[in-house]
Design a binder for this molecule. Structure first.
Ligand SMILES: [Zn+2]
Ligand SMILES: [Zn+2]
Length: 470
């Protein structure tokens, strides 16, 4: 059968078609990996961390440590593969010398998930895709998500006022009858998947950053987020009223100020579509090791005759009304990726160009939950648009109904909340929250949340970690 030829080398048959261009395997791998490499060399800071250093440039052994958050998705594997091929190249060109090594960090929810991650990692190791000299440059760390609440002395209970949207906090003391506060309890208190997803993203991000902070000698976190994922992140932030955070969340130029300026956040896959990373994993055979995600074969040419829509079990299983904002944005981008992928690029480019809001008073406060800068007073704004004060009970009939309500489930819960609120408002201290977090907290029945205090002690508290290394 006569296939389409690759447009780049004009020699091999094309196997992948992306952005309207046919590629052969070899040229496609080069295409994806060059995009990543280019962004890894954006400026001198990054160049110095990735390249092989000689003579006067040498600090310590001259080998920098790159932290790679690794969730066993196609994006993680392609990012890793590109890094590994760079390492291999350096070894050949510099007679055995390399510029960096990789610390892979995986956050797991429970033992079952940890097992599947470890299993996949072991399979990859024995598969011989990378040589022994590569494995010595890779360390796999597995961090228990519960680590988030490990430092029991550093927790506080944040309570939102039901009428004026202000918030107060108190040190949280783990009740005598229970053990550590669990992520499960936190997620269970969330009113919907959207809030849960918001919390989960923060937990994972914080743990990766805390890990990097504790590494001391690591100055780069290489986030393997595709252009598609970043575009849904941008749209998600806008919808959730967190638009002001976009600029800060994509900034790779500055050190991360919330973590003592110890590292920078790099997004070198931001010019690559998710479907391209899927195709990359299919071609390299890395798709076998992916956990919790199924690759899409949309770009594979051999698949064009097959009806992929009926083959893909993951497609449209969730009803649109049950989707989180991020999933909705992702679905939209998934649907347009083939034909209109330039829209995704436009969203990303626009988001990337945004600057943080210009502010008159320089000392802006930070949100105690998500650590984002608060640019305007969200409580005041919410007070102006919402009427939250109830009508006082006056007649006997009203008193009777009020009593019935007090005894109901909602009434009991409200009673508990009012008691907690009273205590917090008399004993606690003021807490500042951003608009997005106030909305999340207002959706939680008890309008309260247990959360780590963001202070040095918390950052230094020990993470529960499993390490697999050679
Ligand atoms: Zn080619
Ligand atoms: Zn917040």
């Amino acid at each position: 059968m006569d296939g389409v030829k690759c447009k780049r080398c004009k020699e091999n048959d094309a196997t992948v078609k992306s952005r309207k261009e046919p590629f052969c395997n070899k040229c496609f791998i080069k295409f994806v990996s060059l995009k990543q490499r280019k962004l890894m060399m954006t400026d001198e800071f990054y160049r110095d961390h990735f390249k092989v250093l000689y003579g006067k440039d040498l600090v310590n052994d001259g080998i920098s440590k790159i932290v790679l958050p690794f969730d066993y998705s196609s994006s993680s594997f392609s990012a890793l593969d590109v890094l590994v091929s760079l390492l291999k190249e350096q070894r050949v060109q510099h007679r055995g010398r390399i510029g960096f090594k990789i610390e892979l960090v995986t956050i797991f929810k429970n033992e079952k998930e940890l097992e599947s991650f470890k299993e996949s990692w072991e399979l990859l190791k024995i598969s011989d895709v990378y040589g022994a000299d590569v494995w010595s440059q890779l360390n796999a760390h597995f961090i228990d998500a519960e680590s988030f609440f490990n430092d029991t002395d550093g927790l506080e209970q944040i309570v939102l006022h039901n009428e004026d949207f202000n918030s107060m906090g108190m040190d949280y003391v783990v009740p005598a009858e229970s053990t550590q506060y669990k992520i499960e309890s936190l997620l269970a208190s969330c009113p919907n998947r959207n809030t849960r997803n918001d919390m989960w993203i923060f937990i994972v991000t914080h743990l990766v950053k805390k890990f990097t902070y504790q590494q001391q000698d690591s100055q780069i976190i290489l986030w393997a987020h595709s252009m598609t994922k970043l575009a849904d992140h941008i749209i998600g932030l806008i919808v959730k009223g967190r638009g002001a955070q976009i600029a800060a969340s994509l900034d790779s130029g500055k050190f991360d100020h919330d973590y003592d300026d110890r590292f920078k956040n790099l997004y070198p896959l931001k010019n690559t579509l998710l479907s391209e990373l899927d195709a990359y994993c299919i071609i390299t055979g890395l798709d076998k090791y992916i956990v919790n995600y199924s690759v899409r074969r949309d770009l594979m040419i051999e698949q064009e005759e097959v009806d992929t829509k009926t083959n893909d079990p993951n497609k449209n299983v969730r009803l649109v009304k049950n989707m989180t904002i991020n999933e909705l944005a992702r679905k939209y981008f998934d649907d347009i990726e083939g034909e209109y992928s330039n829209i995704i690029a436009t969203v990303l480019r626009t988001g990337d160009k945004l600057k943080p809001p210009a502010i008159e008073n320089k000392d802006c406060s930070k949100c105690s939950i998500c650590l984002n800068t608060i640019y305007s007073n969200p409580s005041e704004w919410l007070r102006n648009i919402a009427i939250n004060k109830g009508h006082p009970v006056e007649t006997d009939e009203e008193r009777e109904l009020y009593k019935l309500w007090q005894e109901s489930q909602v009434g009991i819960q409200t009673g508990k909340y009012l008691k907690l609120k009273e205590k917090t408002w008399s004993e606690g201290h003021e807490i500042l929250l951003c608009y997005g977090c106030i909305i999340n907290l207002n959706g939680i029945n008890t309008r309260e949340i247990i959360w780590p205090k963001h202070e040095e002690e918390e950052l230094q508290s020990i993470l529960s970690e499993y390490e697999l290394s050679d």
